[in-house]
Design a protein around this ligand. Sequence first.
Ligand code: CDP
Ligand code: MG
Length: 245
Amino acid sequence: MNAQDIEQSLVLIKPDALKNSLTGYVLSTLSEFHTGLRFAGAKIVHVSPMLASEHYAEHRGKFFFPSLIDYIQGRLHYAEEPWKRRVIAIVYQGPNAVGKLRALSGPTDPHKARKEQPGCIRSLGTVETIRDRDGKVLGERMDNLIHASADAEAAEREIKLWFRPSDIPPAMHPYPTETSTSHYYYKDGKLCDTFALGRICVLATGDLGWASDLKALAQHLRGDPAGTSLESVVAKYLINEHQEP
Ligand code: CDP
Ligand code: MG
């Protein structure tokens, strides 16, 4: 297969799919036999507010955003069982990965999915009413079981957001990597290159990172404008590190 034939996409099996025990169904539907796509990476993630809001950054400010952030964190489907709040994040690789996974997922709105594409994964989703604290209806949220990257550009942003290079076998690395020549520590929205108590080392000298992340980290450390937010770089290094209250 030519390198240009290889495409990748990020799939998230969302908390409603886990709650309804649809994980096996989703994985079977997306199997290599059915799609011709291979697993390049997979992890069980307790989604932090930082990761949730970076993943859905394009929807900031929309009426459904706060509810969507609660949803992807599993706060709605596991309100009383915080330890069950997970998504399964998977990188699929192969020809036309984005198009195939979007087609099998189906339309965003589960009602539309049932009407227009019965049998797609999202046809098993639900539509929930969003209310404010006083019970006033704000609109609807679509609990649609699965996320699949919208295009190649989104796939690159999302895969780099959720996965570090060492989560993916070296021969399958989809994007350029580089070795860090510096230590980078993170705490409370700030980046530094020296250790102090409470600072988390996100990358050490000699660690492999996405080349674009290393560029962004150097820019943030110098205080230069960076095309990528600091949160979108560090979020993957904080995955499953802490249990927030
Ligand atoms: O996931 P997809 O790319 O198909 O849709 P999107 O427009 O990027 O929206 C992201 C997610 O936000 C959706 O999958 C839905 O779960 C949710 N959403 C919603 O609840 N209500 C909307 N009006 C639009 C999106
Ligand atoms: Mg989208």
